[in-house]
Design a protein around this ligand. Structure first.
Ligand code: KIV
Length: 283
């Protein structure tokens, strides 16, 4: 089994040009599969609101939801670097509340780092959490928690004006003490430029190749999440199809009494005559 990586290992990988692979996971089985498959990191994203809890967006997700899913992921992947995602409302108020909520991810769920969305408007929160000794991942570009302000789940940084703001945000995030940055749904040209300006690792979800690694949402890449599929997703499996077909086959087997078979039942240990006597006692 590979040794659990630390943030320093990710710095080393960046230096060597070795790409980091990460996915989101929200529960014990998925986390254990990720560990077995050799993923470098797991994000317990607040996307759990859409992928697992059936909300239309991430806004309703609470700290308690995130902590409970992080705990399950930690149990499933004790040897993988796990990042807890700060949900909407957990860091938008005061620096103190942001630190207190970030601390919960480490104390209650043994996370290795936290991630929060936004640039200049959350700089004081990034600084406060980093100053508390917690590894912070920044996240800019398409930030789902502010999809209302962005006018939907839309790619960012495609115009010079929008790209300029993202470059400024990226620099401020590093200066505030973040140890890594995630870029979501921005053009690769911008990703490459931001990478060249920062010393911390820069990762992509829908931000192209020229950076230090890739993140995907497990529900997207496995074909589990059905509501929509972003352009940047490569589907590696049709798990929903496999599950639906299995359920259909089960329904058919139940209706036609093909299930359960003899091998699926427990056999009596005493004689059938003894059992018949027993049943008579109740007549
Ligand atoms: O919640 C999440 O999974 C995320 C990704 C979209 C980056 O924040």
């Amino acid at each position: 089994m590979a040794k659990k990586k630390s943030i320093l290992d990710f710095y080393e990988m960046k230096k060597k040009g070795e790409k980091v692979s990460w996915i989101t996971a929200y529960d014990f089985p998925m986390a254990s599969f990720a560990e077995e498959a050799g993923l470098d990191m797991i994000l317990v994203g607040d996307s759990l609101g859409m992928v697992v809890l059936g909300y239309e967006g991430t806004i309703p997700v609470t700290m308690d939801d995130c902590i409970s899913h992080c705990q399950a992921v930690r149990r499933g992947a004790p040897n993988v670097f796990v990042i807890g995602d700060m949900p909407f409302g957990s860091y938008q108020t005061t620096d103190g509340e942001a630190v207190a909520n970030a601390v919960r991810f480490l104390k209650e769920a043994s996370c290795d780092a936290i991630k929060l969305e936004g640039g200049r408007r959350v700089i004081s929160k990034i600084r406060a959490i980093a100053d508390a000794g917690i590894v912070v991942f920044g996240h800019i570009g398409l930030t789902p928690q502010s999809s209302g302000q962005l006018g939907g789940f839309k790619a960012q940084g495609r115009t010079v004006e929008s790209a300029r703001e993202l470059i400024k945000d990226a620099i401020m995030i590093e200066e505030a003490g973040a140890r890594a940055l995630l870029l979501e749904a921005v053009p690769p040209e911008l990703t490459e430029f931001i990478c060249s300006k920062l010393t911390i690792p820069v990762y992509s979800i829908g931000a192209g190749l020229p950076c230090d690694g890739q993140l995907v949402i497990c529900g997207d890449m496995l074909g589990l999440f059905q509501a929509f599929t972003p352009k940047f997703v490569k589907k590696y499996a049709d798990v929903a199809g496999v599950i639906i077909n299995a359920f259909k086959e089960y329904v058919e087997d139940v209706k036609t009494e093909k299930f359960p078979e003899d091998k699926h039942v427990y056999h009596i240990k005493d004689s059938i005559e003894d059992f018949e006597k027993l049943f008579k006692e109740f007549e």
